[in-house]
Write a protein that binds this ligand. Structure first.
Ligand code: BES
Ligand code: ZN
Length: 593
């Protein structure tokens, strides 16, 4: 064969890295990781070995005895980066590459003490999905090329290092004032699941197999928020089979973390915006936990099959929510997802190519087309298969799917072959061809309703004619119900309506970011001045892209909100992750159009 992934130089006719060893020192002054990557090929090999790198400076490549091994570099390509071709002499089993990362590496975010909760120590974290591992280590950076890894990470002694791996102890580093943390990941994972964070970290045990890591200032809030994790893992195991990764730990990052969560194996990364105080946002944890089966055990073969990761996981997340909190709670999740889906069809156009589940993203930067479509359209496709096959058969199907493909990375077509084998006729019955290969939403998309949803719909429909929820209704709402209600309100609203909502729903001071941001989006789009300070505060603190996009977009409403957006962005953007900057700028670029 040859290259199998449009976003990697990985060539499956070449030797494979089976084991990756990392020995890196974390330099907070220079914002660099420096050290070695050792690639074990598992057997004596020879010939070219093509690796992905981006913004890496390569010092040397050596064989097992320290002898130099010849290599050359390809041209710098804007999305892929630079190929590193190593010319393996006959019999090579292992190569050691000495290198240093760039301060601009997109896979790393370096935070000043001021950007942390404690304000006294710096922080750094990685985010590699989908193609950023190559900015931190030379590797075959395609999900088909799974590796086990070990790492020795040297950090200033007042900080703690954690990774998506088992802890294998620690000891003094070579230089005084440093500590070296050892890690061992014995399960074969795609490189995008390698993860590292270093900062002033503390932790609390939540169950024999789970603990939460956070800065000391937030660790107790985190302990309280995620106390139910063992119950969630147990429910998930009942649905999808045994949890295979030994521990399920979580890390709460500083607020600039650009995502809600990232399913790094053994150590889910989470945004601190989940710390609402009332456990109302743990569906994100259900999602990242569900990836332990869909995504981490069975992985998409490339970004073109991303829906296999996310669509299946959103479906699984809602099954976990249903198992824990019942059908009505799950229906609210589907309704919130439906809103996100509609917004994306509006953003891209209903028949844009990226609205297909099976994609063809060669030449496209995957971060530029990241959207809720593979999530929500993918989840609806799974739910339709479930309804068609019947729940009992489909649950058995999912378990045998995971069993059959565990620790492998597969394409949409491999998935469908398995569907055809296990659920004969189902693909035709649901019109799988259209779902997978055509843009837009098929007409037979499953609909999720509940009496609660009907009531919220009707109530919101009447808003323009003056209908308002009663105090008793508001009192009875769960946070998810309040969110659904807000999402259904018309916008812009007049000042009177904004004032009424804020007063009666107590919105501006909410600690639940989903509700808060939905409200601020309504209010900003309505040019409602009393919230401007709060908008500024949120945009200065939080880098989660899911919130930046709607907020900056809503601020496009009037000249003064646009001025506010530009002023806040100038102050906030140095603290944003590069991905967050890109998203915000893309939205603000449209202000003048
Ligand atoms: N794996 C994703 C995050 C991701 C995907 C990052 C692709 C970069 C590229 C993670 O599991 C995720 O989907 N997070 C969501 C939360 C979820 C509840 C939908 C998020 O960050 O909002
Ligand atoms: Zn996900």
């Amino acid at each position: 064969m040859a290259r199998t992934d449009p976003h990697s130089y990985f060539d499956d006719s070449q030797p494979r890295t089976r084991h990756l060893g990392l020995e890196l020192e974390v330099d907070f002054e220079e914002h660099r990781l420096e050290g070695w990557a050792m690639l074990d090929l598992g057997e004596p090999s020879e010939g070219p070995l093509d690796l992905d790198t981006k913004d890496l400076e390569i010092y040397s490549v050596e064989g097992e005895g320290g002898e130099p091994i010849p290599f050359d570099r390809g041209e710098e390509e804007p999305i892929l980066g630079k190929r590193l071709r190593i010319h393996l002499p006959e019999g090579t089993r292992r190569v050691t590459i000495e290198y240093v990362t760039s301060p601009e590496a997109i896979g790393l975010q370096w935070l000043d003490p001021a950007q942390t909760e404690g304000k006294r120590h710096p922080f750094v974290f990685t985010h590699f999905q989908p193609i950023h591992a190559r900015t931190c280590m030379p590797c075959q950076d395609s999900p088909r090329a799974r590796v086990v890894y070990r790492a020795a990470i040297t950090v200033p002694s007042d900080l703690t290092a954690v990774m998506s791996a088992g802890s294998a102890g620690k000891g003094p580093g070579d230089r005084p004032g440093t500590t070296t943390y050892l890690f061992d990941m014995p399960h074969a994972i795609p490189t995008y699941l390698i993860a590292l964070a270093v900062g002033n970290l503390d932790s609390r045990a939540l169950s024999p197999r789970s603990r939460v890591w956070a800065e000391p200032e937030t660790v107790e809030a985190a302990e309280h928020e995620f106390a139910g994790i063992e119950d969630m893992i147990t429910r998930a195991e009942e649905l999808f089979g045994p949890y295979e990764w030994d521990r399920y730990d979580m890390l709460v990052l500083p607020p600039s973390f650009p995502y809600g969560g990232m399913e790094n194996p053994r150590l889910t990364f989470l945004t601190p915006t989940l710390l609402a105080g009332d456990r109302s946002l743990v569906d994100v944890v259900a999602h990242e936990l569900a990836h332990s089966w869909t995504g981490n055990l069975v992985t998409n073969a490339s970004v073109d099959h991303f829906w296999l990761n996310e669509g299946a996981t959103v479906w699984a997340e809602r099954r976990i929510v249903e198992a824990l909190h019942g059908q009505d709670a799950a229906a609210l999740g589907w309704a919130i997802g439906e809103k996100a889906l509609q917004a994306e069809f509006k953003r891209f156009g209903a028949d844009a190519a990226v609205t297909r589940l099976r994609n063809d993203l060669k030449g496209t930067d995957p971060d530029d087309v990241f959207s809720s479509i593979p999530y929500e359209k993918g989840a609806r496709f799974m739910a339709l298969l479930e309804r068609t096959a019947g729940r009992e058969r489909f649950d058995a199907f999912i378990r045998s799917y995971i069993e059959r493909f565990r620790f492998t990375s597969i394409t949409t077509e491999e998935f469908m072959n398995f569907v055809n084998q296990e659920l004969p006729g189902a693909a035709d019955q649901v019109g799988a061809q259209e779902w997978l290969y055509e843009p837009g939403m098929p007409k037979n998309a499953p609909v999720f309703r509940s009496p609660q949803l009907e009531a919220l719909d009707n109530l919101a429909d009447g808003f323009a004619d003056g209908e308002r929820p009663t105090a008793a209704q508001i009192e009875s709402w769960s946070p998810a119900e309040m969110l659904v209600y807000l999402q259904r309100l018309p916008r812009p609203l007049d000042e009177e309506a904004c004032r009424w909502l804020d007063k009666n729903l107590e919105l501006t001071e909410r600690g639940n970011y989903e509700i808060l941001v939905e409200w601020l989006t309504i209010a900003a789009a309505s040019d409602y001045e009393p919230v401007f300070e709060r908008v500024r505060e949120v945009l200065l603190r939080v880098g989660r892209m899911k919130y930046l996009r709607p907020l900056y977009k809503a601020l496009g409403a009037t000249p003064r909100t646009r001025a506010l957006a530009r002023e806040v962005y100038a102050a906030a953007s140095p603290g944003y992750h590069e991905l967050s900057r890109r998203v915000s700028e893309a939205v603000m670029d449209k202000y003048d159009a």
